[in-house]
Design a protein. Structure first.
Length: 399
C-alpha cells in the first residue's frame, strides 16, 4: 500500500475531536485505502486492535437490507470493553438512515468516528439534521501530481515523462499502481465511470430514459471547462431530435455533482466582489473520465490543464471561482481566508499576444498572479505576473 500522507496528516489534526469525520469523493479515488492507512497509524500509536472497529458496508458479509438500528446494534456488540473506540465505517451511504446510528454512537459512547462515502448525501448540502454541527467534511480527490510521482517511485521515469502520463491517464490510484498501457488504463476508468453512472445515479435516481441521460452526460464531457447553460443543452438535444426539459437538465447536473463526477465552479465578479449565479463551468473529478469515453486528443488538452489546476487549488484548501473583471475573464480566482491568488492556464503562451498576462495585469491589487503553462521555454516575472511551468505549479507547496 502506497500511503497518501496529506490525508493522513489531515485526519490526525481531527483525531479524538468530538466530530464525525466525513470522507467523501468519487468511487475508487482512494477513500478505503485512506481508512486502512488510518487504521495502521492508530495501531502504530498504541491503539489496540480490538478498539478499532473497521467495517465496509459494501462487503458481501453485510446484509443488503440492514437498517440503521441493526447497524448501531452491530457496532455496539463489538464495544464490550472500557476505553475509547475508533470507528472506521466505509461506504456508509449504503445504509439508509446511517446518520441516526452514527449520531447515537457519537452521543452515547466514547468513540472517535470516521465515515466514507461516494454520494454527497454525506456532504454539507445534503446531510441529515442528526449530524448538524457535529461533523467535519473532508473531500477526497484522485491523486495529485505529487502523489502520482510517489506512486511511480520505482518506475525510474523522469518528471517530464510522469507529467505527460498524469495528463493523459489521470490520477485514479488503481491506474497509477497498475503500470498498464493507455488503452488498458482507460478500460479500468471506464469501468469506474459506468459503476458510478449505473449505481450512484441511474439506479438511485430511477432514471427511465437512460439513453437520453447518457447523451446529456456526453455533451457535458465534451464541454468540460466551457460555459454552458441548461438551455444550451436543451437546444442541442432538440437539434439531435431529442426533447427534454430545463428542469431535467438541472436534475442531471445535480445528480452528477452528488456522485462527485463533476464539480461546479461559479463565477466571481472582481469589481462587485460577489459570486454570480450565471455562466458557471464544470470540471471533471478526473481527466481520464473524459478520455476513457471519448479518447485522448490534443484539442482537449487546454481544457484538461484547467481541470488539473482547478483540483490542485481545491486540494490546497482554496475556494475556487472563475474571475470576471469587467469584460475580461480570469481562469481562476482562488481564495483561502485572507489569501488570494489569480491563475491563467494555457498550453503555450501565444507568440503574438499578451492576452494571458494583460488580463492579470488589469487586476489592481497585490495578490500573487500566475500564468501556468506547458511551454518549457516560458518562465520569469512580467510586471509581477509569474510565468510558471505546470509541473512546478503543481509541486509548489505554497503560492
Amino acid at each position: 500500500m502506497i500511503e497518501r500522507p496529506y490525508y493522513l496528516e489531515l485526519l490526525k489534526t481531527y483525531r479524538d475531536v468530538t466530530l464525525v469525520k466525513v470522507l467523501a469523493g468519487i468511487r475508487r479515488c482512494g477513500k478505503s485505502t485512506i481508512l486502512t492507512m488510518l487504521h495502521n497509524d492508530l495501531m502504530i500509536n498504541g491503539v489496540s486492535a480490538d478498539h478499532i472497529i473497521h467495517i465496509s458496508y459494501t462487503s458481501e458479509d453485510i446484509d443488503n437490507h440492514i437498517t440503521d438500528k441493526e447497524m448501531y446494534q452491530g457496532i455496539k456488540a463489538k464495544m464490550n470493553e472500557e476505553g475509547r473506540y475508533y470507528l472506521l465505517l466505509d461506504e456508509v451511504q449504503e445504509i439508509t438512515g446511517w446518520e441516526k446510528a452514527v449520531n447515537s454512537l457519537l452521543e452515547n459512547d466514547n468513540t472517535d468516528i470516521y465515515v466514507t462515502g461516494s454520494n454527497s448525501k454525506l456532504m454539507s448540502s445534503e446531510i441529515s439534521t442528526y449530524l448538524t454541527g457535529r461533523y467535519v467534511s473532508i473531500p477526497i480527490y484522485t491523486l495529485s501530481f505529487q502523489e502520482y510521482i510517489n506512486f511511480k517511485k520505482t518506475s525510474n521515469k523522469r518528471e517530464k515523462e510522469l507529467l505527460n502520463e498524469y495528463i493523459r491517464m489521470g490520477g485514479f490510484p488503481i491506474v497509477a499502481v497498475s503500470n498498464l498501457d493507455e488503452n488498458s488504463s482507460y478500460q479500468i476508468v471506464e469501468g469506474i465511470y459506468h459503476s458510478v453512472i449505473s449505481n450512484d445515479i441511474t439506479r438511485r435516481q430511477k432514471i427511465v430514459n437512460v439513453d437520453l441521460f447518457n447523451r446529456v452526460v456526453k455533451f457535458i464531457l465534451e464541454n468540460i471547462g466551457k460555459t454552458f447553460s441548461a438551455n444550451t443543452i436543451v437546444k442541442f438535444m432538440k437539434s439531435q431530435g431529442r426533447s427534454l426539459s430545463v428542469e431535467s437538465i438541472y436534475n442531471y447536473l445535480e445528480w452528477l455533482e452528488k456522485a462527485f463526477v463533476i464539480y461546479r465552479c461559479q463565477r466571481y465578479d472582481l469589481q462587485g466582489k460577489s459570486v454570480l449565479k450565471t455562466q458557471e463551468k464544470f470540471y471533471l473529478a478526473d481527466a481520464s473520465l473524459k478520455y476513457c469515453m471519448m479518447g485522448f486528443h490534443t484539442q482537449a488538452i487546454a481544457a484538461m490543464l484547467e481541470n488539473i489546476v482547478y483540483f490542485e487549488l481545491l486540494r490546497k484548501g482554496y475556494k475556487v471561482y472563475i474571475g470576471k473583471n469587467a469584460t475580461k475573464e480570469i481562469d481562476f480566482v482562488a481564495i483561502k481566508r485572507d489569501e488570494r491568488i489569480y491563475v491563467q492556464v494555457c498550453r503555450q503562451l501565444p507568440e503574438n499576444s499578451n492576452r494571458e498576462i494583460t488580463n492579470l495585469l488589469e487586476i489592481k491589487d497585490h495578490y500573487p498572479k500566475y500564468v501556468v503553462t506547458l511551454d518549457e521555454l516560458a518562465s520569469g516575472n512580467i510586471n509581477g505576473v509569474k510565468i510558471i511551468h505546470l509541473s512546478d505549479f503543481l509541486l509548489k507547496e505554497k503560492y
